[in-house]
Write a protein that binds this ligand. Structure first.
Ligand code: CP
Length: 309
């Protein structure tokens, strides 16, 4: 079985058959990762560069580990400390790296569409590791994998994305994926953090009342407040945000039902989520991180077989 695409740029145009193939392949790699010897030779003699033009902890380490588990050779590039500071363009940087016989590119960039631009100009597979406020496809895939693992299926599950929807590439990729997989999707948060067009454009429910959103859902994916992307004041204070939209143990106890809590990280403890929830049995945050390695192994492995430029 092969992916229908040479790159993973986003979930928006990814067929459900490709999503299912990635998730089932990830399940196989998750089994591999439980073994005493966690390494397979699948990408031996393949060289992958991780190009990070924006900060990352989870995604970057997860891709690097996935590459190492597949026996690929890995290179790590950070824009800070590179010749980007001397004015070198994205395309020149990548062309120079590829001339050293590099076979695949994993890229995070603060500009939406940067990997799509690159895909038009270079002849190797590109994996989008997060582009601006556009998409973060491997995060949505690992979130879906984690929900399936916990709940058995995505079909018919009620999933709410809570918080800073406006600036979240995780929200957009999750919405695309969950809807393709047959889940019901809601976005919840303050009106200033939810784009007004979202209900019509993406066919999702919108709820401004946190308690109603939590009463409705089976799964809540709590998003980070992205202060670094906010150019204007969108709520009065972090304390006020926490009072109205923060998820605490008290909030969950008032529901009289169990819900599963996800968060893509990094967490702002005491803002969108309190420690008594983040570290509780409701939370599958660290399982998400664990599953990220298997999901990224699946993506890299399948793209290495699908190179059809
Ligand atoms: N979830 C996520 O993308 O985290 P990082 O920014 O640490 O990679």
């Amino acid at each position: 079985m092969q992916l229908s695409t040479p790159h993973l740029l986003g979930i928006k145009d990814l067929p459900i058959a490709d999503i299912d193939l990635i998730l089932s392949t990830a399940s196989h790699f998750k089994d591999v990762l439980q073994r005493p010897i966690k390494k397979v030779p699948s990408l031996r003699d393949t060289t992958i560069v991780n190009l990070f033009y924006e900060n990352s902890t989870r995604t970057r380490i997860s891709f690097e580990l996935a590459e190492k588990r597949l026996s690929a050779d890995t290179l790590n590039f950070s824009a800070s400390g590179s010749s980007v500071s001397k004015g070198e363009s994205l395309l020149d940087t990548v062309k120079n790296i590829l001339s050293m016989k590099v076979d695949m590119v994993v890229m995070r960039h603060s500009s939406s569409g940067a990997p799509h631009f690159l895909a038009k100009h270079i002849p190797v597979a590109i994996v989008n590791a997060g582009d601006g406020i556009n998409e973060h496809p491997t995060q949505a895939l690992l979130d879906a994998f984690s929900i399936k693992e916990k709940c058995g299926t995505l079909e018919g599950k009620k999933v709410v994305l809570i918080g800073d929807i406006m600036h979240s590439r995780v929200a957009l990729s999750n919405i695309y994926l969950l809807k393709k997989a047959g889940a019901e999707v809601m976005v919840a948060g303050p009106p200033t953090l939810i784009p007004i067009y979202i209900q019509e454009a993406l066919d999702v429910r919108v709820e401004y009342n946190l308690k109603k959103a939590l009463q409705w859902c089976d799964v809540a994916n709590v998003l980070r407040i992205q202060l670094e992307r906010q150019n204007e004041v969108l709520f009065s204070s972090l304390r006020e945000y926490n009072l109205a939209y923060g998820i605490s143990k008290k909030t969950l106890e008032a529901l009289n039902k169990e819900i599963v809590i996800l968060h893509p990280g990094p967490i702002n403890r005491g803002v969108e989520i309190d420690s008594d929830v983040a570290d509780s049995s409701h939370s599958i945050i660290l399982q998400q991180v664990e599953n990220g390695v298997a999901v990224r192994m699946a993506v890299l492995y399948l793209l290495s077989n699908a190179q059809n430029f």
